[in-house]
Design a protein around this ligand. Structure first.
Ligand SMILES: [Zn+2]
Ligand SMILES: [Zn+2]
Ligand SMILES: [Zn+2]
Ligand SMILES: [Zn+2]
Length: 155
């Protein structure tokens, strides 16, 4: 979306030349790809590609809060005491809490076919949720039908 060299202003850094538009109908917040993560914008790496500004980004609907002292099972560091942009909960067991960066790192390393919740081993609910909130896997374009096929790890 957006033409190269256009003068759309980025809603994060305020500079012109933003090329991504929030896909929420009626929202005209543009942003640069490099600004997206820092600014809390979310791109869903599933077909169809959708990007959202911080105000319209998808959020997890699960109504839970971490127990005090809950640790991210990936880095073993404590997570924040509430669900935030950077704190993600497994929608299946609702007990595993992750840092967004840790989850993203895990996704890149595990690959789509072996990516699951390290606590409850749930894949389907887990994958749908993490794609929904903007985690990407090494497969650039993923459709939900892929999730239901099983196979070996490719990495
Ligand atoms: Zn920017
Ligand atoms: Zn928006
Ligand atoms: Zn972590
Ligand atoms: Zn889980």
């Amino acid at each position: 979306m957006g033409l190269p060299g256009s003068f759309q202003h980025c809603c994060i850094c305020g500079q012109s030349g933003a090329t991504i538009l929030c896909c929420k109908e009626g929202c005209n917040r543009w942003f640069h790809l490099p600004c997206a993560k820092e600014g809390g914008c979310v791109t869903q790496y599933i077909v169809p590609f959708r990007s959202y500004c911080p105000e319209h980004r998808p959020v997890q609907v699960v109504q839970v809060t971490p127990e005090p002292g809950t640790e991210c099972p990936i880095c073993m560091e404590p997570v924040e005491d509430r669900k935030t942009f950077n704190t993600i909960v497994c929608p299946a067991c609702k007990r595993a809490w992750f840092h967004r960066d840790c989850l993203q790192g895990q996704a890149m390393c595990a690959g789509l076919l072996s990516f699951c919740c390290p606590l409850c081993r749930d894949r389907e609910t887990f994958l749908v949720e993490v794609f929904f909130i903007g985690i990407r896997t090494p497969l650039r374009l993923v459709s939900f039908s892929v999730i239901h096929k099983t196979g070996g790890c490719k990495c």
